[in-house]
Design a protein around this ligand. Structure first.
Ligand code: NI
Ligand code: MN
Length: 227
């Protein structure tokens, strides 16, 4: 069964396994690149990489409307409980859990993670998803780091990595990340939302094809591809 990936702008993705819909880093209502609003999203699970507003601004309202459990770090789960979201699952780096859609492991990310009201947001993270028929790595907001090599060791069908520069790794380091991860396909995120993180996706895709063995997937916001 193929898995459908929709980019909703910035770092927001919808992963549809056919049986489950996973929403990653919901940031829609105040996201100038988002093709839809938070009230239009259908999902069964929500994954949050860290506490910054551009990754979870709409998490509470989508969780409350849909009842979807939220997967996040421990500190964010405590904060969500205070906002009235009782079904957040608070993980920490290196830990894995099995959910109805498959296995999810929380990975490290080199970044920061304060919550929108200034509350300590724990450590930023990424995720390794083992779904029915596909392995996906979501890097989250991060700099390049050597342990990415370990995350790719069992084979990845897709890696989702930031390329915007300024707040995360940029295009050049993303190529190094792809060389370490060795995914079959790679999708960029965290770019073209605002001028400081403007990037040329076509130019990046050419770099990926020339310098790595991965196939780049660069949909427009609202666009989809399958793995
Ligand atoms: Ni961030
Ligand atoms: Mn961010």
């Amino acid at each position: 069964m193929s898995i459908e990936i929709t980019w909703l702008g910035h770092s927001t993705f919808l992963i549809n396994t056919g049986k489950h819909k996973l929403l990653v880093d919901p940031f829609l209502d105040d996201n100038p690149a988002a093709p839809i609003k938070s009230g239009d999203v259908k999902c069964d699970f929500i994954l949050i990489t860290h506490g910054h507003g551009d990754h979870m601004a709409d998490a509470v309202k989508i969780a409350q409307r849909t009842g979807a459990p939220l997967i996040c770090n421990y500190e964010i789960s405590l904060w969500l409980a205070k906002q009235g979201v009782a079904n957040a699952i608070g993980m920490n780096h290196g830990g894995a859990i099995t959910q109805p859609f498959g296995k999810v492991k929380m990975t490290i990310a080199h970044h920061s993670s304060v919550l929108p009201d200034g509350t300590y947001g724990g450590n930023p993270a990424g995720y390794l998803l083992t779904l029915d028929g596909a392995k996906i790595y979501i890097a989250g907001d991060t700099a390049l780091f050597g342990d990415m090599q370990l995350y790719g060791r069992d084979g990845l069908d897709l890696a989702i990595i930031p390329i915007g520069d300024f707040y995360t790794m940029g295009p050049d380091d993303s190529i190094e990340a792809i060389k370490l991860l060795k995914p079959k396909r790679v999708a960029p995120c965290h770019y073209n939302t605002w001028p400081p993180i403007a990037q040329d996706a076509k130019k990046w895709a050419d770099m990926v094809r020339k310098q790595t063995s991965a196939t780049p997937e660069t949909p427009e916001p609202g666009g989809k591809f399958s793995i």
